[in-house]
Design a protein around this ligand. Structure first.
Ligand code: IVH
Length: 679
């Protein structure tokens, strides 16, 4: 087992990534249950070792940070979350606490826990002014234009309203609408939403509200924020007021007397659950008396006067017909159980994820087994357990394959890693993800080549290996839908520019397991040359400060695979020329760039802006954004902007790319490009 600090760091990184997939991209790659497991592991670690808690740990906040592109909105009152309860005993404790504060029996307002996403609607003088998601509870995203497209949301309130009124509710998608939307997406070859909640979230958080308008979103309102002095004696009264203003309020909301009333309501809704046209995953109980609510107050993130009493996950029994390993975009090989189709909570299920070999071994899951499966908020369910009595006599334990099912490369599983992987940079199953990574900003930084074009280029068969990028032609590109002349030229130019890159970016771009940007930089500093790194022994790698045995093994293993070596060779042959990092020699005195201030304008051919900046700062200079009398040099590339005019006005020396290159060479660190190369 790795040490706790390292494990905590790993967990934090994974959770940040999955938060991003879930909240920002609305495209989770693991189930909610797997996510909860990771979070629980981190929480347990942090409980044992409180010194490991970092301010940015995913355990330290309620939700994910808002996506910046949408703009943000500060909530005037925090939007809290609800404590989840799972048993009658927990509910009894909640009731006891409320009764203690009340000094007698308590009435609760019970309502469904809708499975969507919370929003706040702000009305100024009765008119919808702003709508925001919950975000992290303090700051949400501005989704005003998108919310306006939801027909159920009143744009103007009926009757008299306070000058400022904040209303909270849940945006969701009805089951029938969700299925129809996914059918349309499937027909259009678009990725499917995992569940109605993700569909609602993805639709609401669109940057283009015209897209939201086509999505069948609905809302139930259940709470108020600031009400400008207007008060309500009870939750019930508040819901009646919301109805009066024209908000949709769920009609299953019911007053429940004491613990018994709550239990009966929970049981009743549990039975109704499958026949409702929308997903609910539990019941919310709120102290009805608003004065008592105030008295009970709140913990840091959730009120003491309300709870979510969750339903147990929905289960069913079926048979595993086959187990099929598939290779994901990152090379992870995951086994999927293909099931005899079965209805679980209104949805037909025909597949379940088995996660990895350990999970299969732990539960001893085999082909032909009869199993209990459960859906816990996701459409793809999990196998809970095998029913051994129904096991066919000839069954055998299941083992994941020793070679990649797609490309045949021997699979690897590192110590301490649950996941089996295909390590080939050239595996067809991974090419889309590898290409996207190669082109990403921290790697080769190919402007214009993001997720969308990585998908198109690979699916159209234009890029089967990363190095195919360098033989793309304009004719091939313009033949693609939505790729005009100018975009094709821009993309080719962007690809061409990556030929001058740094070794660190190149290494990072290869997507070697455990080699992030920082490790890539460390390796680049230590070896300075890609071929030296390719030939490095395990021992040499392990000796590099900052390179632990896990990373060393991964890098070493990567370069032992002939497919990976071939990819590197072909990239080099295509003209990619990774440069060693600029090292300031210990003996170096001040050079011509030391202490000088530079401004960059226009497009340089041989450098991205980041690269030029790195070259300057490595030589003791600095780069600023605007030209003044203090500027020493302006470096002007193609299509320079007003900075060039300003430099000329102020008499600041202007260097073109060649002069800049010569100046860099004078500094004693060598030129960043090979002599004779036409930049
Ligand atoms: S009341 C302090 N009522 O559950 C009161 N929330 O875990 C908090 N939710 O962010 C909200 N149905 O997205 C409330 N009937 C309901 C709800 C509900 C679903 C969600 C909501 C909230 C989360 C809290």
């Amino acid at each position: 087992m790795s040490d706790p600090a390292q494990r905590a760091a790993e967990l934090r990184e994974q959770l940040h990534y999955h938060n991003y997939r879930y909240y920002t991209l609305d495209d989770p790659v693991i189930s909610d249950a797997e996510y909860d497991q990771l979070l629980a592991e981190l929480q347990a670690l942090e409980e044992q070792h409180p010194e490991l808690i970092t301010p940015d740990s995913p355990t330290q906040r309620v939700g994910a940070p808002p996506r910046t592109e949408l703009g943000t909105v500060q909530h005037s009152l925090p939007m809290m979350s609800l404590q989840s309860l799972f048993t009658d005993d927990e509910l009894a404790r909640f009731d006891e606490n409320c009764r203690e504060a009340a000094g007698g029996g308590v009435a609760y307002l019970g309502e469904p826990k809708f499975d969507g996403l919370a929003v706040e609607l702000v009305y100024i003088n009765g008119v919808l002014e702003v709508a925001a998601t919950r975000g992290d509870g303090i700051t949400g995203e501005d989704v005003t234009e998108n919310v306006r497209t939801i027909k159920q949301v009143p744009l103007r309130l009926r009757g008299a309203a306070p000058p400022r009124l904040e209303v909270r509710g849940e945006v969701y998608m009805r089951l029938g609408d969700f299925e129809a939307l996914n059918q349309r997406r499937e027909a259009a070859g678009e990725p499917l939403f995992a569940n109605p909640r993700n569909a609602a979230a993805g639709s609401l958080r669109q940057l283009d509200s015209a897209i939201t308008a086509q999505r069948p979103l609905a809302i139930f309102c259940y709470d108020v924020g600031l009400t400008d002095g207007l008060t309500f004696a009870t939750q019930e009264e508040m819901l009646a007021a919301l109805r009066g203003w024209g908000f949709p309020v769920n009609d299953l909301a019911r007053l429940c007397e004491g613990l018994e009333g709550c239990r009966a309501y929970h049981a009743e809704l549990g039975e109704k659950r499958d026949s409702l046209p929308y997903e609910i995953d539990g019941v919310v109980f709120k102290v009805n008396d608003r004065r008592l609510q105030e008295e009970l107050g709140a913990r840091s993130r959730s009120p003491r006067w309300a709870v979510a009493y969750k339903f147990p996950p929905r289960q069913a029994t079926t048979v595993i017909e086959r187990i099929v390993p598939s290779v994901g975009r990152t090379g992870a090989i995951t086994p999927t159980a293909y099931l005899r189709p079965v209805r679980v909570g209104g949805v037909t299920v025909s597949r379940a994820t088995l996660h990895n070999q350990d999970e299969i071994d732990r539960k001893d899951i085999r082909e032909g087994d009869t199993v209990i499966i459960q859906r816990a908020g996701d459409v793809i369910p999990q196998v809970v357990k095998v029913i051994p009595e129904h096991r066919p006599p000839d069954s055998a334990p299941y083992r994941l394959p020793q070679t990649c099912p797609v490309c045949g490369t021997p699979t690897v599983r590192e110590e301490g890693d649950a996941v089996l992987r295909c390590p080939s940079v050239d595996c067809p199953a991974q090419i889309e993800g590898r290409l996207e990574h190669y082109a990403s900003r921290g790697a080769l930084d190919i402007e214009g080549l993001g997720e969308k074009w990585a998908a198109i280029l690979t699916r159209e068969g234009l890029v089967r290996h990363v190095y195919d990028l360098y033989s793309l032609t304009k004719e091939q590109l313009v033949a693609l839908e939505r790729m005009g002349d100018k975009s094709a030229e821009n993309l080719l130019a962007a690809i061409e520019r990556t030929k001058q890159t740094t070794l660190a970016r190149f290494l990072y771009g290869l997507g070697i397991l455990h080699v992030g940007a920082v490790v890539a930089e460390t390796l680049a500093q230590a070896f300075g040359d890609i071929r030296k790194l390719m030939e490095a022994s395990l021992e040499e790698l392990t000796q590099v400060p900052g390179i632990g045995p896990e990373i060393a093994a991964s890098v070493h293993g990567f370069f032992r695979a002939p497919q990976n070596r071939e990819v590197v060779e072909r990239l080099l042959a295509a003209g990619v020329n990774p440069q060693p990092p600029a090292q300031v020699p210990a003996s170096a005195g001040p050079g011509p760039l030391t202490g000088k201030t530079f401004v960059l304008t226009g497009t340089l051919e041989g450098f991205t802006r980041d690269q030029a900046t790195a070259e300057i700062t490595a030589r003791g200079g600095k780069v600023t954004g605007s030209v003044s009398k203090k500027t020493d040099y302006v470096i002007a590339g193609a299509d320079p902007g007003s900075k060039l005019t300003k430099a000329q006005e102020l008499g600041v020396p202007v260097l073109d790319e060649n002069a800049f290159r010569a100046l860099l060479a004078e500094s004693g660190l060598g030129t960043p490009a090979q002599p004779g190369l036409d930049l």
